[in-house]
Design a protein around this ligand. Structure first.
Ligand code: NAP
Ligand code: ZN
Ligand code: ZN
Length: 350
């Protein structure tokens, strides 16, 4: 066992407090990571505030982790002390089911072990559930550790571990590239990286944001077009336009309005995860043979592919670096869409 500093919530309406947690003893295939940076994903907020109703406390969120290897178990072959590494949303899966064998561990039939809030026995985490990256150290099995290529700063790489792969995976799955018209709804943490990735893949990229206030940034990230969804004219102008729409919005949206923006055979992919069920008019799917789909992060192999792609294209997140005692106010600002574009905690302040 080793001790690490962490920031935890004891109750859904509490504030983050500094605590000491235990990380497990290094097993033969484990990697001990000194965490340098942890991104704040909106899923951390949904979880910490128990908006999905399944949160275990104390809650230490954080699944956008970047740092360096401090030590490795005797059988670890791929990593050595000093290596630049990352950890995303998962730290384990069964490894035997169809999805796991197909490198889609996020869809493990037994349920992947998520980086925080998954019940585990004391050999994994003494608190009975996994505790995430708002912490100075973490122990993770080597199969779930990613290499962060030279050329991307660890601070701007951290958000790629969730936000990056969550956009990269559906962009690849639905074939974003030259000749494809892709729209991204919501230019927050996920959305802004989606704009950069889709542009680097060669797609024609449109941002659908609730106002034009971030338009200049959107163009700088590679968007060809930028529209305000607060303006009804947008929905008239863009009718039937897109092959692929990725919805990254963390709040309820009138999905029907966006289905009307799809071209024949177009697909609208749900990435944002508000608590309320969606309502969809069936005629809007049938007419135009449209698909309504979803996508959850991405597998480990594809996460590495995404990091390598980002290094090759000079892509990192746009971040605001904060100290650990600013997490509560950062959460409020994320909920108010007042962040450009990802808060990242500097764990040296813990
Ligand atoms: P975020 O940084 O808060 O971005 C969400 C964006 O949605 C905002 O920047 C804003 O964009 C837009 N938005 C927010 N409230 C809105 C409202 N009331 N009406 C219209 N637009 C609104 O959050 P994030 O970290 O990118 O995460 C977004 C969602 O994805 C969350 O629900 C999160 O849980 C989920 N998520 C899913 C996966 C997955 O695997 N599927 C992975 C990670 C996160 P504009 O200002 O541009 O309008
Ligand atoms: Zn996330
Ligand atoms: Zn599995």
């Amino acid at each position: 066992m080793s001790n690490a500093a962490a920031y935890a919530l004891a109750t859904p309406d509490g504030t983050f407090e500094k605590v000491t947690i235990e990380r497990r003893e290094l097993g033969p295939r484990d990697v001990l990571i000194d965490i340098a940076y942890a991104g704040i994903c909106h899923s951390d907020i949904h979880t910490a505030r128990n908006e999905w109703g399944r949160t275990r406390y104390p809650c230490v969120p954080g699944h956008e982790i970047a740092g360096t290897v401090a030590a490795v178990g005797a059988a670890v072959g791929r990593f050595a002390p000093g290596d630049r590494v990352g950890v995303g949303c998962m730290v384990g899966s069964c490894g035997k089911c169809g999805p796991c064998l197909a490198d889609e561990e996020q869809y493990c039939e037994r349920g992947a072990i998520m980086t925080y809030n998954t019940p585990v026995d004391a050999s994994v985490q003494t608190d009975g559930h996994t505790l995430g990256g708002y912490s100075t150290q973490v122990v993770v099995g080597e199969d779930f550790v990613l290499s962060i290529p030279e050329g991307i700063g660890l601070d701007v790489a951290a958000p790629l571990l969730c936000a990056g792969i969550t956009l990269f995976s559906p962009l690849r799955h639905w074939g974003a590239g030259p000749g494809k018209k892709v729209a991204i709804i919501g230019m927050g943490g996920l959305g802004h990286i989606g704009v950069k990735l889709a542009a680097a893949m060669g797609a024609e990229v449109t941002v659908l944001s609730h106002s034009l206030s971030k338009q200049e940034d959107g163009k700088r990230f590679g968007a060809d077009h930028y529209y305000a969804t607060g303006d009804k004219q947008t929905f008239r102008d863009l009718r039937g336009r897109f092959d692929l729409i990725l919805n990254t919005v963390s709040a309820d949206l009138p999905i029907d309005d966006y289905l009307r923006l799809l071209a024949l055979d177009g697909t609208l992919v749900v990435l944002g995860l508000p608590e309320k069920p969606l309502s969809v008019r069936s005629f809007l799917l049938a007419g135009g043979r449209k698909s309504l789909a979803g996508s959850m992060i991405g597998g480990i192999a594809q996460t590495q592919e995404m990091l390598d792609f980002c290094a090759a294209h000079g892509i990192g997140a746009e971040i605001e670096l904060i100290s650990a005692d600013e997490i509560d106010s950062a959460y409020d600002r994320v909920v108010d869409s007042d962040v450009r574009y990802r808060f990242v905690i500097d764990t040296a302040t813990m």
